[in-house]
Design a binder for this molecule. Structure first.
Ligand code: NAD
Length: 315
């Protein structure tokens, strides 16, 4: 790693330039950071030029001169394989790795212990707030890790949203998974309530207005239903497979800690059934259509237009 000059911002490597990673890089560049990005998708790397970041040919090349290496990848297995590549190329000595992906807390703890043998600190800093939060720098960032390493990366992650200190390494990933278990369960429950109301003759807009000033409100009533389900766009930018991954992480935590998980287990079962039958790459908000089709008995035709004028089946 190159020694940064006093007062200069550290160079940042960013691996994983998808729906979240790309706008996060854009914010770091706007804040004055020199960002070197890598993604297995060449298109994603190419797009970096347009926002003033440099593209690298590998994760190790991106990390070569970086004081801080940020990962925004689909899951723990991929995080570990990228870290393996970095270690093999000796590209991380003296750096801090920040895993902002929604990873498995136990795998994160194990990875931190492994990296400690190389004198490399790992901070977990998963986020909530979706693509909109990534674009606007308003993410909630759940930061776990040792104080010294966290202090080092706080100025950088603060450019992306509001950091909340969650405890030791792995704590951020645990809270993130539990948050998404709640979020997914709320979305399913909201969809059932909305279908029931519509079938009874209620106006969906009126239902949401009432829920949102009453005790039934949630991210699903305040954001997902009004912004992605009612308009029929189903384009929140958060894949259903990623949501199900997070739910399973949370369920695994409940199981391994012997915490109660009757409702969580059922929620994972329901989401798993939807994930198995919806097209690969479906947005997680598509479960609202899935729930609608369950009620009408048109499961195979889940994409049928909804009464409130949602997207056409073939759109
Ligand atoms: P995404 O699928 O859009 O992006 C992931 C990127 O990682 C892709 O561009 C992919 O090509 C790249 N990638 C995969 N393997 C790689 C490798 N070995 N090396 C380099 N790049 C690789 O996913 P996303 O929506 O950006 O989510 C990223 C992470 O953030 C996930 O863990 C997700 O659960 C979490 N998250 C997503 C959202 C959201 O709204 N999309 C919100 C909060 C958290």
């Amino acid at each position: 790693m190159a020694e940064p000059t006093a007062g200069a911002l550290p160079s940042v490597a960013f691996v994983g330039l998808g729906n979240m990673g790309f706008p996060m890089v854009s914010r770091l560049v706007s804040a004055g950071y020199d960002v070197h990005g890598f993604d297995v998708s060449p298109d994603a790397v190419e797009r970096l030029e347009g926002i003033g970041a440099s593209g690298a040919a590998s994760a190790a090349a991106a990390a070569a001169d970086a004081g801080v290496i940020i990962l925004m990848l689909p899951n723990s297995a991929i995080v570990q394989s990228v870290v393996d590549d970095l270690l093999a190329a000796d590209a991380v000595a003296g750096s801090v790795i920040v895993d902002m992906s929604s990873s498995e807390p136990l795998a994160t703890r194990a990875l931190a212990a492994r990296l400690a043998d190389f004198d490399i600190a790992l901070v977990d800093a998963p986020v909530s707030g979706g693509v909109t939060g990534a674009v606007n720098g308003t993410l909630t960032i759940m930061v776990g890790g040792d104080d010294a390493a966290v202090e080092q990366v706080l100025p950088i992650v603060s450019e992306l949203g509001k950091p909340v200190r969650t405890g030791s390494v792995g704590s951020g990933h645990a809270i993130k998974a539990l948050n998404n278990l709640l979020s997914a369960t709320h979305l399913w429950a909201t969809s059932e309530a909305m279908e029931t109301g519509v079938a009874f003759g209620l106006d969906p807009e009126v239902m949401l207005a009432v829920f949102n000033t009453s005790s039934g409100r949630s991210g699903s009533t305040q954001n997902k239903w009004p912004n992605f389900v009612l308009p029929g766009s189903y384009d929140s930018g958060f894949g259903l497979a990623l949501m199900l991954k997070d739910m399973k992480i949370a369920l695994g935590l409940a199981d391994s800690t012997h915490a109660p998980h009757a409702l969580s287990s059922r929620a994972v079962e329901l989401w798993s059934t939807a994930a198995a039958e919806l097209p690969p790459g479906a947005d997680h908000t598509e479960v609202a259509r899935w729930v609608a089709a369950m009620g009408s008995g048109e499961r195979a035709g889940y994409a049928a237009p909804r009464p409130w004028g949602g997207a056409d089946a073939d759109a």
